[in-house]
Structures are given as C-alpha cells and as structure tokens.
Design a protein around this ligand. Sequence first.
Ligand SMILES: Cc1cc2nc3c(=O)[nH]c(=O)nc-3n(C[C@H](O)[C@H](O)[C@H](O)COP(=O)(O)OP(=O)(O)OC[C@H]3O[C@@H](n4cnc5c(N)ncnc54)[C@H](O)[C@@H]3O)c2cc1C
Length: 293
Amino acid sequence: MYDISSLYQATSVADAIRALQADPKAILIAGGTDVLIKIREGRLPGCSLVSIHELGEELRGIALAPNGDVEIGPLSTFRDVTFSPIIRQHIPVLGEATDMAGGPQLRAVGTIGGNVCNGVTSADSASTLMALDAVLVVRGPAGERRVPISQWYKGVHQVNLAHDELLVKLLIPRENYDGFTGHYIKYAQRSAMDIATLGVSCLVKLSEDKRLVRQVKLAFGVANPVPMRSPAAEAAVAGLPLEEAIAQIGKAALQDVNPRTSWRASREFRLQLVEELSGRALREAARKGGAAV
Ligand SMILES: Cc1cc2nc3c(=O)[nH]c(=O)nc-3n(C[C@H](O)[C@H](O)[C@H](O)COP(=O)(O)OP(=O)(O)OC[C@H]3O[C@@H](n4cnc5c(N)ncnc54)[C@H](O)[C@@H]3O)c2cc1C
C-alpha cells in the first residue's frame, strides 16, 4: 500500500541537505499530508524519503523579530499559525486562512511550508502569503537565498527550489502587514474537508477617516494555474471611496485572472466568483479596519 524503499530521519537542516544531495531521487517529507497521499495512490513507487519531521527545534515556531518582521518556521502546522498570539495580533487574516484547510486532524499535521512548497494553486495559505508579499528563505549547499513569493511559483507543482534546497523560513516584512486589515474567502462546495473552488485574499489600508482606500492587495488561488496577485484591481481601486472600490474591484480583477474549467467548476463560474468575492473580501477587510460598511 505504501511502496517506500527507505526513510531517512534528518537530524538537522544541514543533515537533510546532505541526504538530498546524496540521493537525487529522494523526496523531502514534512507533515506528509501531500506526499503520503501520492505514495498511497501509487504515484511514487519505491520512493526514498528524507524526513524533516523531527526538526521542530530548527524549523517550527513563529516569532516577531526586533524590527517587527514576522518569522514563520516552515514546519509550523496550520494549527500553530492559527493559534499563534503573534499571528492573531499582527496578521489575523493569515491565521484565518490556515484555519480553513481540511479538518482539525489535518490542521494539526499539515505544515505551512508544505503548503507553499507543493506549488498548488488551491493551497489555502498561498493567496494570503501572496497578498503579504512574503519572502521565502531557502537553504542549500551554497548557503541561503531569499525569494520573494512573486518569484516562487514556476508552474503547476513547480516552485523556485532546487532538489537539495529546503525552505527554512517564511518572512513577512513589517511594512507588508502594518496598517492593513485583511480577509480571506475560501469558496468550496462544503465548509470542511474540501479544496477551494476559488480562494481570494484581500488586504486593505484605509484613510484615517476610514472612507477612502489608500492601498489594496488582492490575491487569488485557483484563478490561474498558480496563486496570483491582481495588479489591475489593486491599481483600479487605490484612492477611491470605499463603496466605489467595493463595486469596482471585482470587474478590474477579471483583467488579470485566467481560471480553468475543472470537474469542480467551470471557468465561467470561477470568473463570476472572482468578480463577486473580490468585493465581499474588500468589504470585510475594510470592516475589520473600522469602516462602517
Ligand atoms: C484530507 C486532506 C485535506 C486537505 N485539505 C486541504 C485544504 O483544505 N487546503 C489546503 O491548502 N491543503 C489541503 N490539503 C493538502 C495538505 O494538507 C497541505 O498542502 C499541507 O500544507 C502540506 O503540508 P505537509 O507538511 O503535510 O507537506 P508534505 O506532504 O510533507 O510535503 C508537501 C510538499 O512540500 C515539500 N516540502 C515540505 N516542506 C518543505 C520544506 N521545508 N522545504 C522544501 N520542501 C518542502 C515536500 O517535499 C512535498 O513536495 C489536504 C490534504 C489532505 C490529506
């Protein structure tokens, strides 16, 4: 049922990198909620695994850096993110997004690192991380490099990560969340244990009187082969009175998105969701920011 030829438990990040270098076919496994499904389905016959599951000391946890940046270890589970006091205080929208993945058991095991390394457009944390312009810190044999999330997704299941590299930190720079409030909407056919038909994450910064939109960051999952931002929508609503922005944001977003038809929903239905949910997400984000809408 689980056709695995070997399992190596890495003892440190450096050890995991060495093990991946030694075996060009090895597969890295964290929580295993994506990898084990593939193995069970027979899609990785005879695979060898390098596990980072026990590297919690190096890779799990959420911290606030002295400069206000939020640092998230990739082995932090969905649950860790949702219940982190730092996330709740500074970036609640991210904790709300991770709270929508799967069910309670899944959220106690699946990691935020796995959610961005799998290169899947429906990943529930991905659109909010896009809206936050997260920076992904990657370590390999040559040392560390920082990848803006805008340069992370290369294609379906393809991310900017070499075979012998690990994601070691997700960084949310302070200026990317400070002063913004956000809202994530996952549209799915049922409210638990379902993958998003469409996901939209909206961050907004309002004027002092809460009537004008200063800045919006709008990102989608399943509106494109990979998670994406909508520059057209963001430009269209900057500076507008809030109700006008809510009315216009969805139409503007249609210029950027390119959803497909799948068994879950047609392209046309997803376009309708983009238009409708963008306005709703902006309204809720603004309400959380103190606007009377
Ligand atoms: C029943 C069920 C329901 C689900 N529902 C949802 C849902 O609603 N929303 C959602 O978004 N997802 C869902 N998922 C998918 C899955 O739980 C998530 O994608 C999860 O975040 C994967 O994390 P993991 O640690 O389990 O990843 P793993 O399976 O361990 O790894 C996933 C991929 O990421 C790579 N990887 C993991 N960590 C690192 C790292 N630090 N550095 C480099 N590469 C790494 C692995 O090599 C692998 O390619 C569901 C899965 C199941 C089984």
